[in-house]
Design a protein. Structure first.
Length: 139
């Protein structure tokens, strides 16, 4: 099997996450939405929520040996950037749904010549709330 670039691995992980989310009852609204300086990986509906999903992936070997959990790489600056992007998206696309920010972590490895994905979904992982002026902020 050819070695994939980091970008290709990320795209494959996002595709796997979309399938996983649909299988679990989420409705895909959009993928790879660029808002300002940020990209929102996946936007889904989950009942009363409009969910902004950040996908972080890593090869199992890298996770075990060097870098730790993929979700650990989402620092405060990245969280602020994602919240700002969600705000902009909501301004341009008003909705009565409640916003939520989830993280989906994907560990990938090749077994018997096929890619295998270990998907972990963290609901409301970037704690946020609506302020009185309807901005979506960390809190």
């Amino acid at each position: 099997m050819d070695k994939k670039s980091t970008r290709q691995l990320g795209a494959a992980a996002e595709t796997a996450v979309c399938r996983w989310l649909e299988k679990h009852g989420y409705r895909i609204v959009a993928q790879n939405v660029y808002v300002g300086r940020a990209e929102i990986d996946i936007i889904v509906e989950d009942g009363e929520y409009l969910v902004f999903v950040e996908v972080k992936s890593r090869a199992v070997a890298a996770y075990n040996e060097k870098y730790g959990r993929p979700s650990a790489s989402i620092g405060i600056r990245k969280q602020q950037l994602l919240l700002a992007a969600a705000n902009e998206y909501l301004r341009a696309n008003p909705t009565s749904l409640q916003p939520r920010m989830d993280i989906v972590e994907v560990l990938t490895e090749v077994r018997d010549g096929r890619e295998v994905y270990d998907i972990r979904h963290y609901t409301n992982a970037i704690h946020a709330k609506r302020r009185h002026n309807d901005d979506y902020t960390s809190g």
